[in-house]
Design a protein around this ligand. Structure first.
Ligand code: 13P
Length: 256
C-alpha cells in the first residue's frame, strides 16, 4: 500500500453547458462531496468553471481546467491564463493531453512552458503522456513516454515537483473501449516513477501521483487501481455521469 492518496480526475472534454455541468457537480457533491479518502478533481470546459466552482463550494471536490496559455495576460485571442483560472478557484490544470497534441499541434516545448507557468501560479499540472498504437506496436512506448516526460518537466525545481500529477494515457485506449492491461499500465507507471526518481530524487518521486487514463470504467478500475504505481485515474467518458464517476471514486477508496 502506498502513502499516496488516490486521485480521481474527471476530464469532461468539450461536453456540458455551464448549467448542465453545475447540475452534475451538485449530484456529485450530494454523494461524494464530503469524502476525504480520495482526492477528486473535476475538469469542465472553461465556460463551466465558474458555475462548477459555485456548485462545489464547501465540499471536498476540487476544480481543474483542461488547458491554459503560458503567458499571464496579453494579446492571445481565444486563450485563458493561469491567473484567470486561479481567480475561479481552479487548483489543477490538465496539460499536454493527446487531443491537444494531435488536434492542436501542441509540442513538448510548448507543454513545458505551460507546466512551468502553472507551477509558478500555484496550479497543479496534470501532465498527460502516452504512446500511439503505431508507437506501441513498434516497441517505442517507453522511449516516447520518456521523451514526453523529460521534455515537459525540463526546468521544474525539485521542491515544486511533488505537486505534479502525471497521467499515463495510451492514445489507443482513449475513448476506444480498449483498456491497457494491468501489466501494460503498471510497466509504464513504474518506468515513469523511475524517470521521476532520476529527475527529482526518490523521496520526491514517491510523492508524485501517476494516474492511468484511457477507457477506465467501474468494471476495470479496481484491478488497475490495485497496481503499485497506479495512483488514480483520469476519466473521460465515465466522468460525464454521476453514477459511473461515483463508482470510480468508490473503487479508489476501496483500495486505499
Ligand atoms: P476515456 O475515459 O473516454 O477513454 O478518456 C480518457 C481521457 O482522455 C481522459 O483524459
Amino acid at each position: 500500500m502506498s502513502s499516496r492518496k488516490k486521485l480521481i480526475a474527471g476530464n469532461w472534454k468539450m461536453n456540458k453547458t455551464a448549467s448542465d455541468g453545475a447540475a452534475l457537480v451538485s449530484e456529485l457533491v450530494a454523494t461524494i462531496g464530503k469524502q476525504t479518502d480520495v482526492e477528486v478533481v473535476l475538469c469542465p470546459p472553461f465556460t463551466g468553471l465558474e458555475s462548477a466552482a459555485k456548485a462545489l463550494d464547501g465540499s471536498t471536490l476540487k476544480l481543474g481546467a483542461q488547458n491554459m496559455h503560458f503567458e499571464p495576460s496579453g494579446a492571445f485571442t481565444g486563450e485563458v491564463s493561469a491567473p484567470m483560472l486561479r481567480a475561479l478557484f481552479t487548483t489543477h490544470v490538465i496539460l499536454g493531453h493527446s487531443e491537444r497534441r494531435s488536434y492542436f499541434a501542441e509540442t513538448d516545448a510548448l507543454i513545458n512552458k505551460k507546466v512551468l507557468a502553472a507551477l509558478k501560479n500555484q496550479l497543479r499540472p496534470i501532465l498527460c503522456v502516452g504512446e500511439s498504437l503505431a508507437e506501441r506496436e513498434s516497441g517505442a512506448t517507453l522511449k516516447v513516454v520518456q521523451t514526453q516526460t523529460e521534455a515537459a518537466l525540463e526546468g521544474v525545481a525539485k521542491d515544486q515537483a511533488a505537486s505534479l500529477v502525471i497521467a499515463y494515457e495510451p492514445v489507443w485506449a482513449i475513448g476506444t473501449g480498449k483498456v491497457a492491461t494491468t501489466e501494460q499500465a503498471q510497466e509504464v507507471h513504474a518506468f515513469i516513477r523511475g524517470l521521476l526518481t532520476k529527475l527529482f530524487t526518490e523521496p520526491v518521486a514517491q510523492k508524485i501521483r501517476i494516474l492511468y487514463g484511457g477507457s477506465m470504467k467501474p468494471a476495470n478500475a479496481p484491478e488497475l487501481l490495485a497496481q503499485k504505481d497506479i495512483d488514480g485515474g483520469l476519466i473521460g467518458g465515465a466522468s460525464l455521469e454521476a453514477r459511473s464517476f461515483v463508482e470510480l471514486v468508490k473503487a479508489a477508496a476501496a483500495v486505499v
